[in-house]
Design a protein around this ligand. Structure first.
Ligand code: SF4
Ligand code: SF4
Length: 475
């Protein structure tokens, strides 16, 4: 590319008028229905395989078991979360919050370096929309031109048939997604009960599945790219996360401008490599022209790269007129990725990860809660002592069943349990009642502080402080 041509296009970089509107809304404020052209190319193939992997993971997630736990469970109702088979109990909420924070900072850092790659490649919205629903639409209604023609013609038997079949399939898939979503929230076993038992027995669960299915159907059949452009908070944040060193889908304006039809070059006009064929715009699922520069609507799906590469191949020019590159790399050839901002984000991320690991490693294997039974004070024993009733809960956070026994520290006591040596199942919770009898000679009048020891065989696992109530006066 010669530099004369580059200097001849200063307006291109400064004309930001395209940001005054979005590609999916016309001047009258009405929705512009996007019917992107089918994409072909190496990025699309890679995305297809990657999406298949993600879809397999997504649909099997609630059913895969690691140490008896699901791969992922997000039970907000019972505040039980399982991530990669590791359960997080309500007592671990600080850990869960830390993990979420690390994830958010990771996404922020990743976005600042590589732009919105998550959106185009891994976000369930894009994966389902582009790799499932859009493909079904192509299969039933044809490519974008045929879809537009079908939408424009009056209703006929053929049009009604195609639209009905398409929406039926859309709803069926939305129903499958709704069920999977439900299994992620409540767990696969309770979900299976909802599915296999009459709706009257699980009316709330049954309605929830139908509502989730309806929402997914609405999103993929009608709302579509609006979810990314208007609703998604991550998309909104993009403008503050990206800078000129971020690697995003970029049009090489130095090489491409001034753009023009190939035929114009015969008139002697000095033209760039962009032949203004509009292919990159036609395939865009959010309806933007990436040649205007990075835009909020771009989900980094790479369809425009594939489209432009195939045009460049046809006209025998090098591929990569649209490619992954930062603005600085195109403008000045500066490929630096590790800017002070990225250094700052990375430092915060590393510090948070260290804190998370420290908290995780110091997490106890079991966690015991002991509370005096509400409404009871004490009972005087026939002999010479008092008894108190307690409720206790033990959470076993390990992958092994743990037999447990109790002792009292520094006091002789008789501890009565339903089962003297009980087992707390792995990754589970055991709750029961116990009665503690203590001789008067071991007690002070009124409230006494006692320490309950939790033993596994000869190993002391934990000590829990609680109180023991005796009469206000006794001899
Ligand atoms: S596909 Fe490539 S050549 Fe065609 S308009 Fe887009 S950037 Fe220009
Ligand atoms: S501009 Fe390109 S990468 Fe961005 S959404 Fe459109 S087609 Fe996808």
């Amino acid at each position: 590319m010669n530099s004369e041509r580059t200097e001849a296009v200063p307006d291109f970089e400064h004309d930001e008028s395209f940001r005054d509107s979005i590609g999916t809304v016309d001047k009258a404020g009405k929705r512009v229905w996007i019917t992107p052209k089918k994409t072909k190319g190496k990025f699309y193939n890679a995305r297809t395989w990657f999406s298949l992997l993600l879809l397999a993971l997504l649909f099997s997630g609630p059913f895969i078991r690691i140490g008896g736990q699901p791969l992922l469970l997000l039970n907000f109702f019972e505040r039980k979360f399982v991530i990669f088979g590791a359960p997080f109990w309500p007592q671990d909420f600080h850990l869960f919050a830390l993990l979420l924070l690390c994830f958010v900072i990771f996404i922020v850092t990743f976005t600042a370096v590589f732009g919105r790659v998550w959106c185009g490649w891994a976000c369930p919205q894009t994966v389902f929309m582009e790799m499932v629903f859009r493909r079904i639409e192509y299969w039933i209604e044809g490519d974008s031109n045929k879809q537009r023609k079908l939408n424009a013609v009056p209703m006929s038997f053929s049009k009604l048939f195609k639209k009905t079949i398409k929406h039926l399939i859309f709803f069926l898939i939305a129903f499958v997604i709704g069920n999977t979503f439900m299994a992620y929230i409540i767990g696969s076993e309770p979900w299976w009960e909802i599915v296999t038992q009459p709706p009257t027995e699980h009316f709330v669960g049954f309605m929830a599945v139908l509502i989730f299915s309806g929402i997914f159907y609405f999103i993929f059949a009608w709302f579509r790219e609006q979810a990314c452009v208007i609703v998604c908070p991550y998309g909104r944040f993009q403008s503050v996360l990206l800078d000129k060193s971020s690697i995003v889908i970029s049009y090489d304006f130095k090489r491409g401008e001034p753009r023009g039809k190939k035929s114009r070059s015969y008139t002697g006009a000095k033209l760039g490599d962009c032949i203004d064929c509009h292919q990159c715009v036609d395939v865009c699922p959010t309806g933007i022209d990436i040649r205007n520069g990075t835009q909020l609507e771009c989900v980094n799906c790479t369809s425009c790269i594939d489209a432009c590469d195939s045009v460049m191949t046809k006209i025998k020019r090098p591929k990569g007129l649209i490619r992954f590159a930062s603005y600085n790399a195109i403008k000045t050839g500066d490929h630096r990725k590790f800017t002070p901002r990225i250094f700052g984000y990375s430092t915060v991320l590393v510090v948070l990860l260290i804190i998370f690991m420290a908290v995780l490693l110091s997490r106890k294997d079991i966690e015991t809660t002991v509370l005096r039974s509400p409404g009871t004070l004490f009972q005087e024993l026939a002999g010479d002592g008092y008894s108190n009733i307690y409720q206790f809960k033990i959470i076993n956070k390990t992958l092994n069943d743990i037999p447990i026994s109790f002792k009292l520290k520094n006091k002789k006591a008789n501890i009565r349990l339903n089962q003297q040596n009980f087992i707390v199942p792995k990754n589970n919770l055991y709750s029961s009642m116990m009665v503690i009898d203590i001789q008067k000679s071991q007690l002070n009048p009124g409230r006494n502080q006692i320490i309950l020891q939790v033993w596994h065989g000869n190993k002391l696992l934990e000590e829990v402080n609680t109180t023991f109530q005796a009469a206000a006066e006794f001899k």
